[in-house]
Design a protein around this ligand. Structure first.
Ligand SMILES: Nc1ncnc2c1ncn2[C@@H]1O[C@H](COP(=O)(O)OP(=O)(O)OP(=O)(O)O)[C@@H](O)[C@H]1O
Ligand SMILES: [Mg+2]
Length: 145
């Protein structure tokens, strides 16, 4: 589908947030600056609002690799693997650990995608106009919508 604006992306991320199971992983594909972090920020801010906790900044984990967000009965781990070059490095960041009550959101997941069997893949790409994006979504394994 085509997303026409930031507002529409926000709407969509909230719709997805409402349907997520608390063990799903979302893999976010797409070029630099296409909107992966923006999508994640909308989703995290929605859960913060729902839990009645402070709406925080959601910064890109490009340099830290990982930021975590705690909620009442689950947490979100937001990864950005852009700087990782091989799967040995990835082994060290706990991304494959089976975890209940954790939603993992992973930007730049190309190196690891096949190792996360239960996943939602989202692909964002640039469209004709500046604030438009193409949005595709597919689920794998036990992730069900
Ligand atoms: N419809 C839209 N959906 C998403 N982002 C949009 C849209 N229209 C404009 N933007 C802008 O595009 C930029 C997306 O930046 P963002 O940091 O989310 O990209 P990213 O995919 O995470 O990049 P990176 O690969 O560097 O991590 C933001 O400045 C955002 O305001
Ligand atoms: Mg980003």
């Amino acid at each position: 589908m085509i997303i026409k604006s930031l507002e529409q992306l926000n709407f969509l991320s909230v719709e997805i947030a409402k349907k997520l199971s608390k063990s799903d992983s979302i893999l976010l594909f797409g070029e630099i600056g296409v909107g992966k972090t923006t999508f994640t920020r909308n989703l995290i801010n929605f859960f913060q609002e729902q839990d009645n906790v402070q709406i925080t900044d959601v910064l890109s984990p490009t340099f830290n690799l990982l930021y975590e967000y705690e909620f009442k009965d689950f947490k979100i781990m937001h990864y950005d693997l852009y700087r990782l070059k091989n799967s040995k490095e990835i082994q060290q960041i706990g991304i494959f650990e089976e975890t209940k009550a954790v939603i993992k959101i992973i930007e730049w997941p190309e190196l690891i995608k096949n190792r996360i069997p239960n996943r939602i893949e989202i692909n964002l790409s640039y469209a004709e106009n500046e604030n438009e994006r193409n949005f595709e979504m597919e689920t794998f394994g036990k992730c069900r919508f």
